[in-house]
Design a protein around this ligand. Structure first.
Ligand SMILES: Cc1cc2nc3c(=O)[nH]c(=O)nc-3n(C[C@H](O)[C@H](O)[C@H](O)COP(=O)(O)O)c2cc1C
Length: 245
């Protein structure tokens, strides 16, 4: 699937919590599985593994009743949760672009009996299945904060607007964007309780930023900016910076 199709899905996707009876049709599941190897990492040095699971393999709060789940396992290193958000959001958009229902699952976990399928640590998962209704929506139906509340960058709205529309745990939109002149620094709200979830959500916003920058035809890279890292907005922690050429 092209990056343009993923970019277009940003403006139509939604969390699907009601699924039609039965499993995903086998041709579609084959497409899903083959897409797993095309995901780009945010931090390529972090080892990761993705596993498809069944409904009975998964348990926990706020679980949706989907036939399949995609579980993300990772080495635990600085940035691993943001890396999970960045990679899994490419899947979320891929699923939406293919008319497949999906929903991020921060509460549920693989049951003990299947957690050992990977030697890496379980981080997060997506529910997947045939949607019971329309898996898409119009821009007017997104419930998000205005750009002015989540950014002090001027002149990069074409990149920040897609990031603004990103999904986040409990829709808390924990990100803040700073910088300018071709560099956007991404920070996320610090929290005693949902810090890891906020890191994942920041990775999701970075995925939307990256797709928007690529869509603009410019060269794009990520880097750790030492100055931005040392001076994040108050009560936020720095995650990564996107450099648009
Ligand atoms: C990291 C993360 C964890 C989430 N966990 C759950 C969950 O456990 N159960 C659920 O129903 N929705 C979950 N969501 C979905 C959010 O509630 C949803 O993305 C948000 O309300 C915005 O709605 P939208 O996805 O339709 O744009 C999660 C989303 C993210 C990004």
């Amino acid at each position: 699937m092209s990056q343009i199709e993923l970019y277009d899905a940003i403006f139509r996707r939604k969390s699907v919590r009601k699924y039609a009876p039965g499993e995903l049709e086998s041709g579609l599941m084959t497409k899903v599985v083959s897409n797993l190897t095309s995901l780009r990492p945010l931090f390529p040095e972090i080892r990761t593994e993705l596993r498809i699971m069944t409904n009975t393999d998964v348990r926990g709060m706020f679980k949706v009743d989907a036939p399949h789940f995609l579980a993300f396992f990772s080495e635990v290193k600085d940035g691993h949760a943001a890396n999970a958000g960045f990679m899994m959001q490419q899947m979320d958009l891929f699923l939406s672009a293919n008319g497949i229902g999906s929903c991020w699952q921060g509460g549920p976990k693989p049951i003990r009996e299947v957690r050992g399928v990977s030697e890496l640590e379980f981080v997060t998962m997506l529910a997947i299945g045939p949607p019971a209704g329309d898996p898409h929506r119009s821009i007017a139906e997104f419930k998000r904060e205005p750009l002015a509340k989540i950014s002090d960058v001027t002149g990069s709205d074409e990149l920040l607007e897609p990031a603004r529309l990103a999904p986040s745990a409990m829709n808390n939109q924990p990100w803040f964007f700073t910088g300018g002149d071709g560099t956007i620094h991404v920070s996320t709200a610090r929290s005693m309780i949902v810090d890891r979830m906020n890191q994942i959500s920041a990775g999701i916003a970075l995925c939307h930023l990256w797709l928007a920058a690529t869509h603009s035809g410019k060269s794009v890279s990520f880097r750790s900016d030492l100055s931005a890292q040392a001076n994040p907005p108050k009560k936020y922690s720095y995650v990564s910076s996107l450099v648009v050429g």
